[in-house]
Structure formats: C-alpha cells, structure tokens
Design a protein around this ligand. Structure first.
Ligand SMILES: C[S@@+](CC[C@H](N)C(=O)[O-])C[C@H]1O[C@@H](n2cnc3c(N)ncnc32)[C@H](O)[C@@H]1O
Length: 472
C-alpha cells in the first residue's frame, strides 16, 4: 500500500481506538492530484444533519489533554497564554515521536506547509504591493519563541526530554534556527488546523446561527481536533459544521451531500491574501471576500498634500473611533461605492474637508458627516487615493492578467510555479478591486458634477422665471 494511504489507515484505526465514531458513508481520500492533501469525501448520499463523525473530547490534542499539563506548573501555561501553550504541547508531542499518544495523528499532518511563513524571498516578492506581506510576522514570532518558549523548555528540560540523558543539551539547542523553524511549523499547523474549542459546560451564548461573538471566540482555548481538521474548505461550498457537545465534538452535514462529493468545512470569509497566509492555497471562490487596504499613511500623505491635514480634527476623529491604521476596499456584487468603500474613510475625508465653522458645529454636537452623503470633493480625494494605491504595485493589472498561464500541477519544480500563480491571483484580485473603485468613483464624480450643473441650471431658470421674487 502507498505509505500515504497506510498513514491514513493507521490514523483511522487509532481514531476508532480513542472512542471516535466515523460514519461508513465517508472516506478519508488522497486528493494530492488536486494539490489538496487529504480530504473527506462522501461515499454514499448523506442527509442534512446526519452525523459524519464524533470525536471524544479526550482525543483532542489540547493543553489540558497533554501529559505536559500535569508535569509543568499551571502558572507557566497561564503565563504563556493559550497560543504559546499549545505550541509548547505540540512540540512536546512531536519530539516524543512514536511514544506520543497522538503519534498516528502527527503522521498524517503535513511536514511541509505552503503558508506564507515558509515562502522563499523571491516567492514573497511576487506579493509586492499586497498588505499581506506585513502580516506574516516571522521576525516577531522568532523573537517571541526565543524570549518565551525556549526558556520554559530549558527550565523543564527533564520533563520535555524525559528519559533522555542529553535532555539539557537538547533543550539548549531549542533556540537555534532549525528548532525555531520547528516552532513555526507547529504554530502554522495550529493556524491552519486548530479549532476554537468550546468547553463542555460552555456558558457562552450563541446567536441564532450558532456563532458566539468575536470577543468571546478570542477567549476560547485552541485545540487540534483529529479528523475534523481533515476537511478542506472552498468558500461558500461548505456543507458540514462541527458541533460542541458535552463529551464529543460532532461533525454534521448542514445540507444533503451526494455520494462522490467532497465534504467541506467553513474556514470563514477570508480574502485570498489571508487564505494564502493562513492556509497556503487559494481558489477563485474566495474572490468574493477579497480586500485591498489603503494605509492611514497614504491617506495622511494625500491630506497633507492638499493642506487639509489638521491635528485637532484627527484627534476628534480618533475619539469618534474613525482613525485606523488602514481602510478596506472590499468586493461587492454588483459593485457599489457604498458596499465596497470603508465608510470610516469617507467620514474621515469629509471631516477633513469641512469648512471650519461646519466642523465646529458638528464637533460641538459630537456628530460626524454621513458617509452616504459623500460629496464630489471627497470622492475626488478617494479617487486620488485609489490611484496612488494602484501605483504601489510593481506591475499593472493588464500585465498580471497577460502573464497568467497554465500551471504545471505536478512535481517539485512546480511548487515555485504554483506559488507564483497564487501570488498573481492575489495581486489580480486586489488590482481588480482598485480598478472597480476607480471606475465607480469616476462615474460618481461625473454624476455629481452633472447633478450640480443641472441644479445650478435649474436654479438659474427659476431665478429668471417671471413673477419670481428677486433676492434682495
Ligand atoms: C484543515 S487542513 C485540511 C486537511 C488537509 N488537506 C490535509 O491533508 O492535511 C487545511 C489545509 O488543507 C489544504 N486545503 C484546504 N482546502 C483546500 C482547497 N479547497 N484546495 C486546496 N487545498 C486545500 C490547505 O493546505 C490547508 O492549509
């Protein structure tokens, strides 16, 4: 048997041993020919709400379930926080190799990831212009691992490398580049595979769609959920969802699924840039969530150039929650300025453009201009911003579209080619948004000018009309 399939079989056998139940209507399938690793596919028709598998909470790879939690003081984990604690636990289970309780699970997790953290410099250069480059944070993660994780491993070397007479020496090596890379791998696996695990006795109140608010979500501990993390995702093709029950986590079909169809989880409405950063792949289906960001620095540079950058107004806007590090232009269908342009950015520009007396009047009342009442001047400034943002890319939309070619999907050499193609898809998506914004703003400005022309003409005609009372 192919070692890949062998690992899948060993994993499923291990999973059943943990007490998990897996429906005989699904299979864990080799999707490497589609560059999608493993995936879960229906082998028979599945009906809505049908349980696909149930995983006992005791099989999750979480901080609490790891032996490490009983060997290292709780205060150490509290100090590290949930994110670094899970990285530490994953490292511990990983260095324990075949003696780890999760060894067959680790054997099916990828050893190489395609997420941006692992791209070469020339591959990242293909994303030049996209703000996603600033979100990778490799240097700050290195710093955090060195400052916080390595000292804990050194302090508890005897626990971490239990039974190994070279424990201390091995712990000393954990700060070198090779081991920092291993920490990045664990962190990236968590980013692409882990779930926010609701506790068994959750007091969180979900809304009618079963979601808890973002703040509450952020507080949930992360955990690796074997099998649930074998589901791929493809934007709105999701057809299954994980439900948190007292002793089990159950993956259920949310719609009827036909035999032969892939079972997809929902990774969220991610722009392709973030999908690439966190998951290392893109599909066209995510284009609907694409975003391009206009940095605050770009806005302030333009405002300064126009002599409207005024500190007092900025402070007022900041108090009102309008000042941010950047502003989004997102996709909408059909494209409209209202749906796609950040209302905060419009409010910011309108406020900076107000005559002094009008600004003081609004500020006295603690009010802000209404974004839906954007005028031609603010639209013109927005248009200039969009053009300046477009100029930040080294290539044009036409050049990117023109250079797209069929990508060789097989072989080692094609990895670079595939990464280049994915980066190009991200660039094209962002530039298309900018192009749409540019066209919509130009049209908006034309309409505004015609409107005000018509209004002026109408006013003039009314002034001229016989019997009209003349202004004194
Ligand atoms: C939660 S795991 C899903 C299982 C994964 N396919 C595996 O073999 O381990 C997430 C990873 O699966 C891959 N993936 C998910 N959805 C995909 C899709 N629609 N196309 C290609 N790859 C996908 C990406 O590599 C992503 O980082």
């Amino acid at each position: 048997m192919d070692p890949f399939d062998e690992a899948s079989h060993a994993f499923l056998a291990w999973l059943r041993n943990t007490g998990a139940e897996v429906s005989n209507k699904i299979e864990l399938k080799d999707l490497r020919n589609m560059q999608a690793g493993r995936g879960v596919v229906a082998t028979q028709d599945i009906h809505e709400d049908e349980v696909l598998f149930r995983i006992p909470r005791s099989a999750l790879l979480t901080v609490d379930n790891s032996i490490l939690a009983s060997e290292i003081p709780k205060a150490t984990f509290d100090h590290l926080g949930p994110w670094l604690s899970l990285i530490l636990v994953m490292l511990y289970e990983h260095v324990n190799g075949n003696t780890s309780n999760w060894a067959p699970y680790f054997n099916i997790l990828p050893s190489e990831l395609n997420t941006l953290m692992f791209w070469e410099a020339d591959e990242l250069a293909e994303l030049q212009g996209s703000m996603v480059l600033q979100k990778i944070g490799r240097a700050s993660a290195d710093e955090q691992f060195t400052r916080e994780l390595v000292p804990v491993i050194r302090e508890f070397a005897g626990v971490f490398f239990s039974g190994d007479e070279r424990a201390q020496e091995k712990a000393e090596q954990m700060g070198d580049a090779q081991h920092l890379m291993l920490m990045h791998k664990m962190a990236s696996l968590i980013m692409a595979y882990a779930f926010d695990v609701e506790p068994a006795n959750s007091s969180k109140i979900a809304d009618e769609d079963g979601y808890v608010s973002e703040d509450e979500d952020a507080a949930l501990p992360k955990g690796m959920v074997p099998m649930a993390d074998m589901l791929n995702a493809d934007a709105d093709r999701n057809n299954a969802l994980l439900f948190y029950e007292e002793d089990f986590l159950s993956m259920k079909a949310t719609v009827p699924i036909k035999a032969g169809n892939e079972i997809f989880n929902d990774y969220g409405p991610l722009p392709r840039s973030d999908l690439l950063r966190r998951y290392g792949y893109v599909t066209d289906n995510y284009a609907q969530y694409d975003v391009v960001e206009l940095s605050f620095d770009l806005v302030s540079a333009l405002a300064t150039q126009h002599n409207i950058f005024e500190q007092a107004r900025l402070e007022y806007l900041d108090e009102q929650g309008v000042v941010d590090t950047g502003y989004d232009i997102c996709a909408s269908d059909p494209y409209t300025i209202q749906e796609s342009m950040s209302p905060e950015l419009i409010v910011l520009l309108e406020t900076l453009l107000l005559p002094a007396d009008e600004f003081e009047h609004l500020a006295r009342k603690g009010k802000l201009p209404k974004p839906e009442k954007m005028g031609a001047k603010a639209a013109e400034m927005l248009l200039q911003l969009v053009k300046a943002r477009t100029a930040q890319y080294a290539t044009t939309l036409e050049e990117d579209v023109g250079s797209a070619s069929d990508v060789n999907m097989e072989g080692e050499e094609s990895l670079k080619e595939r990464r280049f193609a994915m980066a190009r898809a991200v660039r094209i998506g962002e530039k298309e948004l900018l192009r749409k914004a540019e066209l919509a703003l130009e049209q908006f400005i034309r309409d505004k000018n015609t409107d005000s022309g018509a209004n002026k003409r109408q006013a003039f005609e009314e002034e001229d009309r016989p019997g009209k009372k003349q202004r004194s």
